[in-house]
Design a protein around this ligand. Structure first.
Ligand SMILES: [Zn+2]
Length: 284
């Protein structure tokens, strides 16, 4: 039995953590301090929501990243530990969409508006509030089927324009949209592409986004609690029909919302948590 356990641990030691492009990985660590240094950025280790002496690191990978190996270091107050992350190519479908010509090639008079809206959103997403507002798993903002998943490569009127940065929920008639978790409202606005938009700051670089809304029930600065009715769904912005677009930004990176929520839920539901410990081996 002891030999089997040793073999299992040596197999696990050789394991590089895998993360698909557009996905995120939430790593549980045996210390709630320190910084994870990746090639191009540093990620602060945060306390685990249930076991505050343990840590979590939320590692989002941009959709446009190609497969490669990231050699990372986790620097705790006591030591530095090497970690490997293998960025893999996730599989996403292609969607062909036909919309009003002006929404694909916007007229010159709206280009400044689009640029300002983009800069405003980026400034919000890149700000990391050093506080956690939530203490339970995130919920879906509407009880409905999904009609388009995150990551689909999108061709608008025959031209490949973008990928789908969130998940779409069916909402044929205006329906209440619920806050996915506790937080503070940081943007309420009618935008060119996203239409009626609400963005909620959940702290620590986590933002949830709700697009194409027809009515707002909150304003900037409002604290919200999970399940609060923040808006009504609609069909505003670049859209083929009424629905809710729901997304997450993690440390300024657009990430698969369904996968992110599932990983957060796991932090609360696993009876025995898997921890990456400072002896360089995952333990159960
Ligand atoms: Zn969408």
């Amino acid at each position: 039995m002891k030999i089997m356990l040793t073999l299992l641990l040596s197999a696990l030691c050789a394991f590089a953590f895998e993360i698909g492009n557009g996905k995120s990985l939430i790593l549980t660590l045996d210390d709630s301090h320190g910084v994870l240094e990746l090639n191009d950025r540093n990620i602060t280790v945060l306390p685990h929501p249930l076991y505050p002496k343990k840590g979590i690191a939320i590692i989002p990978i941009d959709y446009h990243e190609h497969p490669h190996l990231i050699n990372a270091q986790w620097t705790t107050p006591d030591e530095t530990i090497a970690l490997e992350f293998n960025v893999t190519s996730a599989t996403y479908p292609t969607e062909v969409i036909t919309v009003d010509h002006a929404k694909v090639s916007p007229p010159p008079e709206v280009l400044e508006r689009i640029a300002l809206e983009k800069a405003e959103a980026e400034a919000i997403y890149n700000h990391i509030t050093p506080k956690r507002y939530w203490n339970k798993p995130f919920i879906r903002p509407i009880d409905s089927i999904t009609t388009s998943q995150y990551g689909s490569a999108r061709t608008y009127n025959g031209v490949l324009k973008s990928y789908h940065g969130g998940v779409d929920f069916r909402a044929k008639t205006p329906l209440p949209i619920l806050a996915s978790n506790d937080g503070v409202v940081v943007l309420v606005k009618e935008r060119y592409y996203a239409g009626g938009t609400v963005i909620i700051d959940h702290g620590e670089g986590v933002y949830s986004c709700y697009f194409h809304l027809s009515q707002f029930n909150v304003k900037v600065g409002d604290p919200v609690i999970q399940g609060q009715n923040i808006a009504l769904s609609g069909a505003t912005g670049r859209i083929t029909g009424p629905h809710l677009h729901f997304g997450f930004m993690l440390q300024g990176i657009q990430s698969d919302p369904i996968e992110f929520m599932a990983q957060i839920e796991t932090l609360f539901t696993q009876s025995r948590i898997m921890v990456y410990n400072s002896k360089k081996s995952p333990i159960l």
